[in-house]
Ligand binder design. Structure first.
Ligand code: ATP
Ligand code: MG
Length: 253
C-alpha cells in the first residue's frame, strides 16, 4: 500500500490523509499518557481495543440518531472517519464525583451528583486543558451560544446512551470526555461527535465491586490496564468470551 501522508500525531492516535477528500484515517497507538503526558507507557494491545471499542460506541450512537465522525473500521488499528473542524474544547459529562471535580469541590469519589454535570475544558496541552466557563467560550469565540446549546444536548444524549449500555454489562459510567467537531455542508454546519470514545476517555467502575476498568488503572498504578480494557470489551461482546488476561486481544469479525 502506498504510504499515506501523516496529518497529525497526538499522544494516543495518528491521523493520516484519507482516501477521499473530507476523510481521515485514525490510527490507534498503544501509547498511554496521563497527567498531561508527565506519565507515559506503552500498553500492548491498547490501540487495538480502543479502535474496536470506539467503533462499537460510535456505531451505537449512529443507530440512535446521534451524528458522529465514524465511517468504518479499516483494520485492527485504523478507522476511516470524516474530517471535522474540532471545537477546541473537551466536553466532560459527570454522573458521579471523581478526579478533578472531587479535588476542586472536596466531594468523596463516587458521590452521586444531583444531575449530570457538563463541563468544558479548553484544549491546550501547554496550559493543562484548563476548565473554562460558557462566558470564556463565548467571549473568546471558541463556540457560539447555539453551538453550546447543541454541544450540551449532544453530550447528554451520549451520556444517556453510554450509561445505559454500560449498566447493561454491570458497569457504572462515572464520567467521560468527548470532543465535538463541525462538518460544513455548503454554508450550514452540523456538530458531530469526533475523536474517540473508549476507556481512555471514560471512568468506568464495576457496579458490584467498584473495580476501576478505565485509564485510572494506569494513572493510579492499580494493575494491568490491558486486563481492564479487555474486560470492558469482553462484557460488551466486542471480544470473544474465551479471551483471558494472559492472551493478547483476539478479535472477532
Ligand atoms: N474527525 C476528526 N477530524 C479532525 N481531527 C480529529 C478528528 N477526530 C479527532 N481529531 C483530533 O485528532 C487528534 C487525535 O490524536 P490524540 O487523541 O492522540 O491527540 P492528543 O495527544 O490527545 O492531542 P490533542 O487532543 O490535544 O490535539 C486530536 O487532536 C483530536 O482533536
Ligand atoms: Mg486525545
Amino acid at each position: 500500500m502506498a504510504r499515506r501522508k501523516k496529518v497529525y500525531e497526538g499522544k494516543a492516535k495518528i491521523l493520516y490523509e484519507g482516501p477521499e477528500p473530507g476523510t481521515l484515517v485514525q490510527y490507534f497507538k498503544d501509547d498511554a499518557t496521563a497527567f498531561n503526558a508527565e506519565k507515559t507507557a506503552t500498553i500492548e494491545g491498547k490501540g487495538v481495543l480502543n479502535n474496536r471499542l470506539s467503533e462499537f460506541f460510535m456505531n451505537g450512537l449512529a443507530q440512535i440518531g446521534v451524528p458522529t465522525h465514524f465511517i468504518k473500521r479499516i483494520n485492527m488499528r485504523e478507522q476511516l472517519i470524516r474530517s471535522v473542524e474540532i471545537i477546541p474544547l473537551e466536553i466532560i459529562v459527570r454522573n458521579f464525583a471523581a478526579g478533578s471535580l472531587s479535588t476542586r469541590l472536596g466531594l468523596a469519589e463516587g458521590t452521586a451528583l444531583p444531575r449530570p454535570i457538563v463541563e468544558f475544558c479548553f484544549k491546550d496541552d501547554g496550559l493543562g486543558d484548563p476548565l473554562v466557563s460558557e462566558e470564556h467560550i463565548l467571549a473568546f469565540g471558541w463556540a457560539t451560544q447555539q453551538d453550546l446549546d447543541d454541544m450540551i444536548a449532544l453530550s447528554l444524549r451520549v451520556n444517556d446512551f453510554l450509561s445505559g449500555v454500560m449498566l447493561g454489562v454491570g458497569i457504572k459510567l462515572v464520567d467521560f470526555k468527548i470532543e465535538i467537531g463541525r462538518i460544513w455542508e455548503n454554508d450550514f454546519q452540523r456538530l458531530v461527535v469526533a475523536d474517540e470514545i473508549s476507556p481512555d476517555s471514560c471512568r468506568l467502575w464495576d457496579i458490584e465491586t467498584g473495580q476501576k476498568l478505565d485509564k485510572d488503572v494506569f494513572r493510579r498504578d492499580l494493575g494491568s490496564l490491558s486486563d481492564a480494557y479487555t474486560e470492558v470489551a469482553r462484557r460488551l461482546g466486542v471480544l470473544p468470551s474465551n479471551v483471558t488476561h494472559t492472551t493478547k486481544p483476539t478479535l472477532i469479525n
